[in-house]
Design a protein around this ligand. Structure first.
Ligand code: GLN
Length: 503
């Protein structure tokens, strides 16, 4: 059965429906393989005991819609799981066992899907490499000395490393698309409001969005059919479509009718590294050869995206993280005096990156500075959204590189937070505008590892649509996979464990 575990979810569903595979057996085998691989990948922080929980009940809906169901998946440790520790990668939440499930975990449970465990992540989803996690770090399956990207680091390594068929992540500024590009899988962030945020530990509420990793775009569509439901617990969740993402994504794209926008500033060799740019250009050539009209777009606000993003998210996180005070959440301190209690709990409980952002956020919100920083960032955000909406009057989809660089070795950027922030150069405008984006693998590039050897690492093509056009986005992404002939294959060492052929 092991050889099946590199296949996309929709193919596994076919086998389940044809009764060639039993879903519970499949998930048990997946759990065994995940445990084995985790000694190298470190994707998981907590495991769910599937054996003792037994098979999940599943009643198929009779509407003919295919949904992600009966399959094994992993969840970023930012999603609350009833009875299973949830820490958001932080020390301050160590030992916190939520009494409830996040809405998405509930929906997956009701679809008979098996939660394998919770995955490693940057502390409170702040980071781009997985290295700010309080519990060690996950590794890139393509080279274990390289970061898998972040903040959804364990979720991406679990999907890229055949430890799960799908994984939930969150994407506040790129935390699903950037790791997907670093690890050669698909990462999809839906339009803000398509998926419930209920039960997701908050970082920046106006940018946070649940998102998914899969091994092909069709599986993202499959997941959307399960997850995209209105939720009375989240007033910002009002999905645009109750239709069939999967069926829509499978339809052919008439490339000659599609207009793809290319943002000039994100094709600048001064900003984007050579191997990434080469693969990006090759992808555009494929689209153009198929008849797509490529439209150049100017983005004079490009340099303001990162500052606006880091001001807004810092401001929101300083407020969201106020609840970890040792009284509402976090370990109680023995101090008698209130301020001393806060200082002790928060001083010991938060890591350096989180403290940096809380300080920055408190500063930009403080009297006298609010107008110069926070309000200005909010005005910029509105201008960025207006710019994006005006582009979509003349194009259907925008294509950019997902990340300006390949994955990098552990430790390479920890000394310089600003270099780390640059990893989000091409992704944050999507979050500021509240729209959807997807990263689809588009090749490999070489890097020289610290030991002097040459390493091949994946790159990603980011596709972005107008708000609420998620169905179109998934359809274009799936058709791009067909056009470029890409199909996920695991790294050699993992393929060997599965007894299948690799690249
Ligand atoms: N790297 C970005 C940050 O640290 C994005 C994080 C995310 O999307 N959760 O804010």
């Amino acid at each position: 059965m092991r050889e099946l575990l590199a296949r996309p979810g929709h193919e596994l569903l076919d086998l389940i429906e044809d009764r060639e595979v039993h879903p519970y057996e499949l998930s048990l085998e997946q759990a065994r393989l995940s445990h084995e691989l985790d000694s190298q990948l470190d994707s998981f922080t907590v495991w769910n005991d599937l054996e003792s929980r037994g098979p999940l009940p599943y009643t198929p809906q009779q509407d003919g819609i295919r949904r992600f169901s009966q399959l094994p998946y992993a969840a970023k440790d930012v999603f609350c799981t009833s009875g299973l520790q949830t820490t958001a990668g932080s020390r301050i939440l160590k030992g916190y066992i939520p009494p409830f499930n996040s809405t998405l975990v509930d929906l997956l449970e009701r679809s008979g899907s098996y939660l394998l465990g919770k995955t490693n992540m940057d502390e409170f989803a702040m980071g781009s490499s997985g290295e700010t996690c309080a519990y060690g770090h996950s590794r890139n399956p393509w080279h274990l000395d390289y970061v898998p990207g972040g903040s959804s680091s364990g979720s991406v390594s679990s999907v890229a490393g055949c430890q799960a068929v799908m994984a939930l992540g969150t994407d506040t500024g790129g935390s699903v698309r950037q790791p997907a590009s670093f690890c050669g899988v698909v990462g999809f962030r839906p339009t803000y409001g398509q998926l419930s945020r209920y039960g997701m530990v908050a970082y920046s509420s106006s940018c946070d969005q649940a998102a998914v990793f899969t091994r092909c775009s069709l599986d993202c569509a499959l997941a959307m059919n399960t997850l995209s439901q209105p939720d009375p617990q989240d007033s910002t969740c009002h999905p645009s479509s109750s239709g069939d993402y999967f069926e829509f994504a499978r339809r052919e794209v008439h490339w000659e009718k599609l207009r793809v926008g290319v943002i000039r500033e994100f094709t600048d060799p001064g900003r984007i590294d050579a191997p990434v740019l080469a693969n990006y250009r090759a992808s555009l050539d494929k689209l153009a050869a198929a008849g797509t009209q490529i439209v150049e777009l100017d983005f004079p606000l490009a340099d303001y995206c990162l500052p606006a993003y880091y001001i807004i998210t810092a401001a929101e996180c300083s407020s969201n993280l106020a609840r970890y005070d040792g009284i509402r959440y976090g370990p109680a301190s023995g101090q008698d005096e209130l301020l001393a209690r806060y200082v002790e709990t928060r001083g010991a409980g938060f890591g350096a990156e989180v403290k940096r952002r809380i300080l920055l956020g408190t500063y930009v919100l403080s009297k006298g500075y609010q107008d110069s920083y926070y309000d200005r960032a909010r005005r910029l955000r509105r201008d960025i959204r207006d710019q994006l909406l005006s582009w979509f009057e003349s194009v259907d989809i925008i294509a950019t590189p997902t990340s300006p660089t390949l994955a990098f070795p552990f430790g390479a950027r920890n000394e310089d937070p600003v270099r780390m922030y640059i990893a989000d150069l091409c992704t944050v405008f999507v979050n500021l505008a509240g729209t959807a984006g997807i990263s689809v693998p588009n090749g490999f590039g070489s890097d020289t590892a610290p030991d002097g050897s040459t390493v091949q690492l994946p790159t990603g093509l980011q596709l972005v649509c107008a708000p609420w056009s998620d169905e179109l986005l998934l359809r274009v992404a799936h058709n791009f996979e067909l056009l470029s002939g890409w199909r996920y294959t695991p790294p050699q060492w993992i393929a060997k464990k599965l007894g299948i052929q690799a690249k």
